[in-house]
Ligand binder design. Structure first.
Ligand code: LHQ
Length: 265
């Protein structure tokens, strides 16, 4: 089974494990990893022998979100709509595929989960976290708004008040706190996380897949009926935010490893 070298696939029984594999940059999403994940999700959709999907990351992170170095190059283009189009061809299809895949998708959050990495985790059906995992939206720190569905999925999971606080502050929370507020379903010792997640995935893979898939469709219909329009609106808002001075300052500060100074412009 292949996606590409940045996305590893392994099938055991009815469970396909997808591992994001750019550990040197905390599995930040570049274009190749994004394409690899999309391809892996297509494989999971088409292969009837795969009855559950487990998504995790190599090394000490699940994912630190968009690769900000690769994004800086795109950001320098003055072409209108560049950020909107980026989202429309990368994270929005990933989130849509996870939500419409009529099989259980579990995220095993093995460490740092940030930015759109957190959005992808939120799109999954169940989240298991290592006890040393941490979570931050991180968008506001670079002058952006939560994207990849986070602006609807996070309030659904943790409530509007907590989602607003996490989105405004980009505060980093630990696994027990994430479980307390409903962001993750379960917490496991770091060295047992993958085994525990695989055991649960295998259990779900042995259940009536069609019924589980239709249950997921029901939840989507009840709670996310406008997901496509919502993702597009987020991309529109992100396009606006990406033209601010604070966004440029936030990204520059990250790349130069210094504190950002925001002006509100
Ligand atoms: C990274 C990254 C990264 C590249 C760590 N990129 N290299 C955005 C743009 C517009 C439209 C589309 O939507 C999006 C979606 C988003 O996801 S926005 C949010 C993007 N993510 C972030 O802002 C998080 C950036 N990362 C961090 O703040 C820190 O790395 C965290 C807090 C996650 C972890 O901190 P540490 O544990 O101290 O690790 P570190 O910062 O030393 O990172 C290790 C290496 O990974 C380091 O490289 P180096 O060469 O110095 O060892 C980082 O530069 C690299 N890295 N995140 N997103």
């Amino acid at each position: 089974m292949t996606a590409n070298s940045l996305v590893q696939l392994e099938q055991r029984g009815g469970v396909m494990t997808i591992t994001l594999n750019r550990p040197e940059v905390l599995n930040a999403f570049n274009d190749a990893m994004t394409r690899g994940l999309l391809d892996a999700l297509k494989v999971a959709e088409r292969d009837s022998a795969i009855r559950a999907v487990l998504l995790t990351g190599a090394g000490r992170a699940f994912s630190a979100g968009q690769d900000l170095n690769e994004f800086a190059a795109l950001d320098q283009q003055s072409r209108p709509g560049r950020v909107h189009d980026h989202l429309a061809t990368t994270y929005n299809p990933i989130v849509t595929r996870i939500r419409t895949l009529e099989k259980p998708v579990l995220a095993a959050l093995n460490g740092i989960t940030a930015g759109v990495g957190l959005s992808v985790a939120l799109a999954c059906d169940l989240r298991l976290a290592a006890d040393d995992a941490t979570f931050t939206l991180g968008f506001s720190r670079i002058g952006l708004v939560p994207d990849g569905g986070a602006s609807v999925l996070l309030p659904l999971l943790v409530g509007l008040g907590r989602a607003t606080e996490l989105a405004f502050t980009s505060d980093r929370i630990d696994a027990p706190e994430a479980q307390r507020i409903g962001l993750v379903n379960r917490v496991a010792p770091a060295n047992a996380l993958l085994d525990e997640a695989h055991t649960l995935a295998a259990r779900l893979a042995a259940l009536p897949t069609r019924a589980l898939g239709l249950t997921k469709r029901a939840f989507n219909h009840a709670l996310l009926p406008q997901l496509a329009a919502w993702l597009d609106y987020e991309a529109h808002l992100q396009e606006i935010a990406s033209h601010t001075e604070d966004h440029r300052e936030g990204v520059a500060a990250f790349r130069e490893k210094r504190q950002a100074t925001y002006t509100g412009r």
